[in-house]
Design a protein around this ligand. Structure first.
Ligand code: SF4
Length: 476
């Protein structure tokens, strides 16, 4: 009798090249995504050892982290940005690596270009020097964020030494309410399980909610897996996955396509397979969720009050006190109504065409509040072009958003897009750590794109369901 197996076990076993003396698996990496910030040192180390890039055909590069979004005319005023981009250009050229450069028409945030180009495929292993590589799990891939020395290892060996995590199935069934989105789902999961709840686990997102989700929604969910402590998270591949990939430049074509689909179907978890843990949630319980603190688990419904220190578990009180002090928020006060200075619409969590299109529906006829600086940063050149073709850019610009070039932008504030002083930013990004958006005293409130739009217009954290009179939900 053959035991039912999970997608995770199948991929792990088929990619284990050897077991190392320390017990770790040496995992073969199918696709390695690289960008300008975590590679200069890695390529330098390769040169020190006189090693080539072992499999340049499995390595794909883009510029995103430090590239400016207000201009595409170089040389860029930040000498570090200019140097990093030039170095990546030279390294890709000398190693024959495909590079989605600024003039390629296909540049974008690293976790956007993998799926857009059809590089991200079910049943594969993917690595990238960015924590949010978990995004690619939306396709039924096992995808890990890695550090610079591991980028070096993958460049040199196309493998990674990894300890196999346990597997948790997170099953969410039912329908989301109007004005509730994939971003709310993952913020809710992290709130319930904690930012360390997933340490030592891989997550399988299952249940009819995820089955009904579009690929873009699944990417939003998988993107923030790392914020809940799990290195990777995935959704089993299905017809939605295959339809998304069909015809993309690096996806299989012709007879190879049919064979690939058969392979991809076979990699999905089988009924009755083993999970080390199972968590079940009801989609109807997910509210529009916003963070109030300095990690993504410090989150509440937009209708709730900011917690008091006394209301929190003894163990959490020190971090709650630190968060309240940093955020300058009043314990016990409603989070709705908190003044907002900056609205950031971007990042690999929520800067896809469907995100912009959903917000555009509600933005028409509205103006950004005079006290709010609002920027919209498409996740890739493909997204930017498609939004412009659909007239979405015009709606954003008429409302008062700046319409930028693609890049990570204010997700991490490595380029000139930074908070100033203690500005509070309503943000579609994934991380609200102290200093994340470029100012040590800056404050980040994570939320869905439609909630960011409501905050931009009203100048305060706002329940978008009431403000935009959202009565129906169509997409999930
Ligand atoms: S948008 Fe943010 S999380 Fe995504 S790749 Fe860039 S820096 Fe990383």
């Amino acid at each position: 009798m053959t035991l039912a197996r999970s997608l995770f076990d199948k991929i792990w076993e088929s990619h284990t090249a050897s077991i190392l003396r320390n017990g770790q698996a040496q995992l073969f990496i199918d696709s390695h995504l690289i960008h300008e910030v975590t590679t200069p040192q890695a390529f330098g180390m390769l040169r020190d050892f006189d090693l080539p890039v072992l499999m340049p055909e499995r390595t794909f590069a883009t510029v995103d982290h430090i590239v400016p979004t207000d201009t595409r005319v170089g040389p860029f005023s930040d000498p570090l940005a200019e140097q990093m981009i030039q170095e990546l250009r030279a390294n890709c050229s000398s190693s024959n690596i495909v590079f989605f450069d600024l003039d390629s028409g296909r540049q974008g945030i690293v976790h956007m270009i993998g799926p857009e180009q059809g590089i991200t495929q079910p049943g594969t292993t993917i690595a990238c020097g960015d924590s949010h590589t978990s995004t690619h799990g939306a396709f039924g891939a096992i995808a890990f964020g890695i550090g610079t020395s591991q980028v070096r290892d993958v460049l040199a060996t196309q493998t990674l030494a990894m300890t196999k995590p346990k597997l948790r199935r997170i099953e969410v069934n039912g329908r989301l309410g109007p004005g509730v989105y994939a971003k709310d789902v993952i913020l809710h999961i992290i709130r319930k399980l904690g930012v360390k709840g997933g340490v030592g686990y891989a997550y399988e997102y299952a249940g009819d909610l995820f089955e009904r989700m579009s690929m873009e929604e699944r990417m939003t969910v998988c993107n923030m897996t790392i914020e809940g402590g799990a290195r990777c998270g995935y959704v089993n591949p299905d017809e939605t996955t295959f339809a998304y990939l069909h015809g993309r430049p690096f996806a299989p074509a012709g007879a190879d396509w049919d064979a690939a689909v058969q392979r991809w179907k076979a990699v999905a978890s089988e009924p009755g397979c083993h999970y080390d843990d199972v968590v079940v949630m009801d989609a109807a319980d997910v509210p529009p969720t916003v963070t109030w603190g300095i990690n993504p688990g410090q989150a509440i419904a937009v209708t709730e009050e900011i917690p008091t220190i006394e209301s929190c578990a003894e163990l959490d009180r020190a971090s709650v006190a630190e968060a309240l002090a940093h955020m300058k928020l009043k314990p016990g006060a409603p989070i709705a109504g908190t003044p907002v200075n900056v609205a950031f619409f971007g990042s690999c969590t929520n800067a896809r065409v469907s995100d912009f299109a959903e917000v555009a529906k509600y933005l028409v006829g509205h103006k950004v509040h005079p006290s709010v600086h609002a920027i919209a940063v498409p996740g890739s050149q493909l997204v930017k072009r498609e939004c412009e073709k659909l007239g979405i850019d015009r709606i954003f610009k008429e409302a008062g958003f700046e319409w930028r070039h693609p890049g990570c932008s204010m997700c991490l504030g490595m380029n000139p897009d930074k908070l100033v002083g203690d500005q509070l930013c309503a943000s579609t990004s994934n991380r609200n750590f102290i200093g994340r958006q470029g100012s040590q005293s800056g404050r980040t409130v994570l939320m869905s794109p439609v909630m960011v739009a409501a905050a931009a217009i009203t100048g305060a954290v706002t329940d978008a369901r009431e403000f935009f009179n959202i009565k129906n939900r169509t997409e999930v």
